[in-house]
Write a protein that binds this ligand. Structure first.
Ligand code: UDP
Ligand code: MG
Length: 194
């Protein structure tokens, strides 16, 4: 019997590239289920589980949480939402280890479609995070952590994006524009493949 596999799109880009903002708009128009790996980790941190302290430490230092933690949160969330859905996985995979463990644990369980890559220059990213920091209350929206997050992004996440791009599995979106303009480009490119 054919097994229904959830369809998966990854969403990557630097901190402040608009992954969460645009994902919300995509949910509205296309009925994706949005799973932000960062949000799931923050939720887990607030539960005071044995991983909570480790997660906070890593988030605050702009590094990447061990894959088995993030992937188990993602898999549970997917199961809870229903495996017949189309998922936007935002902020994952962030490094080679994330990707390798994902393939090992989830590779056969999902139907991977494309990676959205939100391209945005560093100055715009910094300005957006500075504005977001006034209201977000996030322990990583500060100058010191931002420098580390950008370093992690450039050193660990960019090579992952390049890998998907080399397989023509990457949808490039120019993300340094106003929200509605960025979304227009997304709809144009998504309508071609859905
Ligand atoms: N994070 C992680 N693994 C993930 C997603 C997030 O370790 O798969 C951690 C990482 O420390 C990151 C932080 O959570 O810097 C915030 O991630 P989020 O995606 O929420 O930030 P954004 O890029 O949207 O600003
Ligand atoms: Mg986000």
């Amino acid at each position: 019997m054919d097994q229904v596999k959830p369809k998966v799109f990854f969403v990557l880009g630097g901190p402040g590239a608009g992954k969460g903002t645009q994902s919300a708009k995509m949910v509205e128009k296309y009925h994706f289920v949005h799973l932000s790996a960062g949000d799931l980790l923050r939720e887990e941190r607030s539960k005071k589980t044995q991983n909570a302290e480790l997660i906070e430490e890593i988030i605050k230092s702009g590094q990447i949480v061990p894959s088995h933690i993030t992937i188990s949160l993602l898999e549970s969330a997917m199961q809870a939402k229903g495996l017949d859905k189309m998922f936007l996985i935002d902020g994952f995979p962030r490094n080679q280890e994330n990707f390798d463990v994902w393939i090992k644990l989830m590779g056969d369980k999902v139907e991977f479609k494309k990676l959205f890559y939100f391209e945005c220059d560093e100055e715009t990213l910094k300005n957006r995070i500075k504005i977001r920091a006034q209201e977000s209350g996030r322990s990583d929206d500060n100058d010191e952590t931002l420098v580390k997050r950008l370093k992690t992004y450039n050193e660990s996440t960019r090579p992952i994006i390049q890998y998907f791009d080399s397989l023509s599995q990457c949808i490039h979106i120019k993300a340094d524009k106003p929200i509605d303009e960025v979304f227009q480009e997304i709809t144009k490119k998504l309508d071609e493949i859905l």
